[in-house]
Design a binder for this molecule. Structure first.
Ligand SMILES: [Mn+2]
Length: 213
């Protein structure tokens, strides 16, 4: 398995409020996007990434353990918000994948996405956004709590998994995402996807994780 990851602030935003996690030895990857219009999005995404890293989650974890790790990350973001009034209401999306041989499990809240490029070169969007047009209905840290979606997908040799923030998916259409994801090694595909988002304007932070399975 090859893994590559990159996050960029883009051309417009002053801060990068996205975060990523690549725990190659554990077979765990994740992308987080601190919510705009809320305070401290960068703190929210970094807190969630740290919680996931410390959760003990691995490719051998069960589906329930994956969902529980996201619930724990939600609690960590909420607790960090309670520590400082300036952080009240902070929240972050999360998309997390555990990569175990020929299957991957993906859990998410919000509009950060997972895509699978199958061995035949067809792109499948694995996640369904929680929210549209910038209004997010589920995110780690929101008062109403979270009920993550969980999907298990087959990842035969040659399949490629992409996790990304909306700074990619809002800037680059699915056909181009599929073409760029499929070309070159993981590092080349990751760079090509980020560069495409930046060339289209880079109006948001952009974060990409590519796994070549
Ligand atoms: Mn974003």
């Amino acid at each position: 398995m090859q893994l590559a990851a990159r996050t960029e602030v883009g051309h417009v935003r002053s801060r990068n409020e996205d975060a990523l996690l690549v725990a190659a030895e554990d077979g765990v990857v994740a992308v987080f996007d601190g919510l705009g219009g809320h305070p401290s999005g960068d703190v929210a995404s970094a807190t969630a990434a740290a919680s996931l890293r410390e959760s003990g989650l691995t490719a051998a974890s069960s589906a329930d353990e994956l969902v529980a790790a996201l619930q724990t990350a939600h609690d960590a973001v909420a607790a960090a918000a309670d520590e400082d009034p300036s952080r009240a209401g902070m929240a972050t999306t999360a998309v997390v994948a555990t990569l175990a041989g020929s299957t991957a499990r993906v859990a998410h809240v919000g509009d950060s996405r997972a895509y699978l490029l199958d061995a035949a070169g067809r792109l499948h969007q694995i996640t369904r956004d929680h929210g549209m047009g910038g209004y997010i209905t589920q995110a780690l840290g929101l008062d109403r709590g979270v009920d993550p979606d969980l999907t298990e997908v087959a990842t035969p040799p040659g399949a490629r998994l992409l996790l990304c923030s909306d700074g990619l998916s809002n800037m680059v259409d699915a056909a181009e995402i599929g073409a760029l994801l499929g070309a070159g090694d993981a590092e080349a595909a990751c760079d090509a996807l980020v560069e495409a988002a930046l060339e289209r304007g880079g109006i948001d932070n952009v974060t990409v994780v590519v796994a070549v399975l």
